[in-house]
Design a binder for this molecule. Structure first.
Ligand SMILES: Cc1cc2nc3c(=O)[nH]c(=O)nc-3n(C[C@H](O)[C@H](O)[C@H](O)COP(=O)(O)OP(=O)(O)OC[C@H]3O[C@@H](n4cnc5c(N)ncnc54)[C@H](O)[C@@H]3O)c2cc1C
Length: 497
């Protein structure tokens, strides 16, 4: 029977859920607080250049691979929207002990790393072999209708750290293999090997960037939703959820502009702390409120959007990661320290090979309380102290980049910065955390929050219910839709694509 569904937020997870439920005949309305749809898919223009906010990199997109299948299934895949990254040097990690560049393909990485650590060839092969075994065991990654859950659970329960320790490898090799933790922002002791394996597999099998920006994918998803009869309403900030008298269901959603939406089902694609705040503590189970309160947040980021006068040999088809003091022991917002700063640099225009006017984006970790002296209500664009702090935080980063690319600082023609407050303004998360909740063991796998909530007619979706990343968030949308329309058939159809 056709149901009415209201979805909060228009991130890739919400848009995915919308299409999959619309395809089954449900009626869907999405409420988005921003003036553009897509959440972290949205782009902005500065200095005449399009910059990404949170969509620099896409894994598993070659034909037949999971993201390719999923986007095709949603009806939004267009080959020209994407550009393959440099297969020889996709991800360059500048860590304490040197530089390692991941390339495309398992075998090549095994050979490259074995050349660096010739006595540990077996251990290196074991690591990558287990990454593959683990990744293929997830039925919502390499889509499968039937699967042996016990294999997946084995990998979900094991930490990346414990697995690497069991290999008895030297510290330098350990450091190299945990370097990609910078990419997902969870430290190896807190991280499930299973979750790590999906990320590593997705970038080893294929790595792409957006040719025309993540915003085009958002547009294609919205167009598809509208084609299927759904609607995406912008500037609709949800501020309150009404609960039925018996406390078992959500009755309606209220927006800041006074509009009210009733429906059969509700789906939240926003941070769970925010949505349950709107429900009100009195309507939540005590144990659940306490769990939410204890959930740690991922690190907040600061950003620099730069035009260089010269490309300085920076490859627009490569991502650069820096952890000068090594991968930090803590990644979550409460404990990340200024001296543990890590950052990554990407090119917002992958296919522009001009040497002059070369745009780059840098995102860096930001210690918890750094911007606590300001709030969005009172912050002025020309606040001198606020602007000076953003500049100051980038001084060690630019120093580091000057070592890797001599002349970097002298070649900065234009630069503007973002802070965690920018994140709060455009895509609200508590304290501006970049990836939402901290995706440790406690918050992923069987212990992940959602897709079901304790309200019968309300579901959760998004990076907070699974794992950050466009693929992770989109799969979370699939899982949420699966709870409403049945997941088996979707998985079967995806498997057969
Ligand atoms: C700096 C940065 C770089 C990243 N780089 C990459 C990358 O290269 N590759 C990759 O795969 N992933 C990357 N990610 C992660 C990826 O972008 C996210 O995991 C993913 O986009 C999250 O999707 P989502 O659907 O969970 O929600 P979001 O994209 O967070 O969308 C949530 C939406 O809800 C809206 N909303 C919030 N509150 C309300 C409200 N009260 N009422 C109505 N609407 C509301 C927001 O405006 C937003 O549109 C990056 C993230 C960041 C921050």
């Amino acid at each position: 029977m056709s149901k009415t569904i209201t979805i909060i937020g228009s991130g890739i997870s919400s848009l995915t859920t919308a299409i999959l439920t619309l395809k089954e005949g449900h009626k869907v309305t999405i409420l988005e607080q921003h003036s553009v749809p897509g959440g972290f898919l949205h782009c902005f223009k500065r200095f005449g250049v399009r910059f990404e906010t949170g969509a620099h990199y896409i894994g598993a997109l070659d034909e037949g691979l999971p993201f390719h299948k999923l986007l095709n299934y949603l009806g939004v895949y267009h080959e020209d929207d994407y550009i393959a990254l440099d297969p020889e040097n996709t991800d360059e990690y500048n860590i304490e002990n040197g530089i390692y560049s991941y390339c495309k393909g398992y075998e090549k990485n095994i050979s490259k790393i074995t050349e660096m650590f010739p006595e540990f060839g077996d251990e290196i092969s074991t690591y990558f072999g287990e990454i593959k075994n683990s990744a293929v065991s997830f039925p919502t990654y390499y889509f499968k209708e039937e699967s042996d859950q016990s294999v997946m659970l084995k990998y979900l329960k094991m930490s990346l750290h414990d697995f690497l320790i069991s290999l008895k490898i030297p510290k330098e090799l350990y450091d190299l293999l945990i370097a990609p933790c910078i990419l997902h922002g969870v430290s190896p002791k807190d991280l499930s090997f299973g979750i790590h394996s999906i990320l590593i597999d997705s970038i080893l099998v294929s790595a792409h960037g957006f040719r025309h920006g993540g915003q085009l994918l958002a547009k294609r998803l919205v167009d598809r939703i509208e084609e299927l009869g759904g609607e995406v309403l912008l500037r609709k900030e949800v501020v309150d959820l009404e609960v039925t008298d018996d406390g078992k269901d959500i009755k309606a959603i209220n927006c800041k502009d006074g509009s009210r939406y009733e429906s059969d089902l509700f789906i939240s694609g926003i941070h769970p702390k925010h949505v349950f705040d709107m429900v009100g503590k009195e309507n939540l189970k005590k144990s659940f409120s306490s769990r939410l309160g204890k959930m740690k947040e991922s690190s907040a980021f600061i950003g620099a959007y730069i035009i260089l006068k010269d490309s300085l040999g920076i490859n627009p088809l490569r991502n650069y990661y820096f952890a000068p003091k090594g991968v930090p022991p803590y990644f979550h917002a409460e404990e990340i320290r200024r001296e543990d700063q890590f950052f990554f640099m990407t090119s917002p225009q992958r296919d522009i090979q001009r040497r002059d006017k070369f745009p780059i984006t840098i995102h860096a970790s930001c210690a918890g309380e750094t911007f606590s002296g300001w709030d969005l209500e009172t912050l002025k664009r020309n606040d001198k102290e606020y602007n000076a702090l953003k500049e100051e935080l980038f001084v060690p980063i630019f120093d580091q980049l000057d070592k890797r690319f001599p002349g970097f600082k002298d070649n900065i023609e234009k630069v503007c910065y973002s802070s965690p407050l920018t994140n709060i303004r455009y895509n609200p998360t508590p304290n501006g955390s970049a990836y939402g909740i901290y995706h440790s063991f406690e918050n992923t796998g069987a212990r992940a929050i959602g897709p079901r909530s304790h309200f019968h007619n309300m579901y959760l979706t998004g990076q907070n219910t699974l794992f950050p990343g466009l693929l992770g968030a989109s799969v979370s949308g699939l899982r949420t839709a699966g709870h409403i329309v049945g997941i088996k058939r979707i998985l079967r159809e995806l498997e057969q694509l």
